[in-house]
Design a protein around this ligand. Structure first.
Ligand SMILES: [Zn+2]
Length: 70
């Protein structure tokens, strides 16, 4: 019974999003790609991932350069 159109719910779409797309890449600000969301490309995703890992994956205990500690 296709009596009413598909968009007749009167539900407000995502307010603020001019384009019905995704958010900009947090790395470079370019439009994100669905394949690599929320990043625009695998490169930006990798950059962010590496940054995250370098900040989280801290080796417990100093096993290298014992004299170069802060
Ligand atoms: Zn990017």
């Amino acid at each position: 019974m296709p009596a009413k159109p598909p968009q007749a719910a009167g539900r407000p779409k995502d307010a603020g999003e001019s384009k019905g797309g995704s958010k900009p890449c947090p790395e470079c600000g370019k439009p994100a790609s669905p394949a690599t969301a929320p990043f625009c490309s695998p490169r930006c995703r990798d950059v962010d991932l590496n940054r995250w890992l370098s900040g989280k994956y801290v080796i417990p205990g100093r096993d290298t350069d014992p004299e170069d500690a802060e």
